[in-house]
Design a protein around this ligand. Sequence first.
Ligand SMILES: *Cc1c(COP(=O)(O)O)cnc(C)c1O
Length: 238
Amino acid sequence: MSSIQKNIEQITSQITAAQQKCGRPLGSVQLLAVSKTKPKQAILDAALAGQVAFGENYVQEGADKVDYFSKHHPDLDLEWHFIGPIQSNKTRLVAESFAWVHTIDRAKVAQRLNDQRPEGMQPLQVLIQVNTSSESSKSGTSEEQEIFALAELISSLPNLTLRGLMSIPANVANYQAQLAAFTQLAEMKNTLAQRFPDLPLDTLSMGMSGDMEAAIEAGSTMVRIGTAIFGARDYNKP
Ligand SMILES: *Cc1c(COP(=O)(O)O)cnc(C)c1O
């Protein structure tokens, strides 16, 4: 068994343990394997271990991987999530390549993704990225009214389906502080669901290698794990 396969088994049992600890049903948290900067062979190893959903941060790198796996391994039927910041001049490649986008933070990006989604593809499944820690250095929208306005717009766009919220809270080691930030996002999603009862708002994308347990306790339905599956990233490699 490859080390990647072992890591996936280990993360999967950590997810199970975290769900049991807080009494959540098994299978209510999906593992998104974050493969940014990692080679195709690493993705293949993970896919052969049964991993289906992969997250990428860089448009061109991600689109190349999507293209490669759809051509060479169509049988794997991988599901690709875009989780990086989106520049509005890069939306076309995102709209053409990915199944999910976690990082919608403004109207212009939502509108362009909708307009550029190719005909015949499923609607793009999207999340609004929320800046729960109100850090100006992080992308994401933070005001409730802004989130509602963006949700209203997305609900009117036929090629986008709003599924929920995503956040990348400040990197803190304290469990209670992690839990507080994630709980804030979970509450915001509940408010949104009351406001938009017709939308399938079933997704909270929160939790990474360092704060997965707190995210699961707060109600995460999708944890985004890179390092704990693939090892540390080397940003100097091409
Ligand atoms: C890189 C990244 C991750 C994965 O982080 P790890 O600490 O390696 O698990 C998750 N979410 C986003 C948005 C990322 O950019």
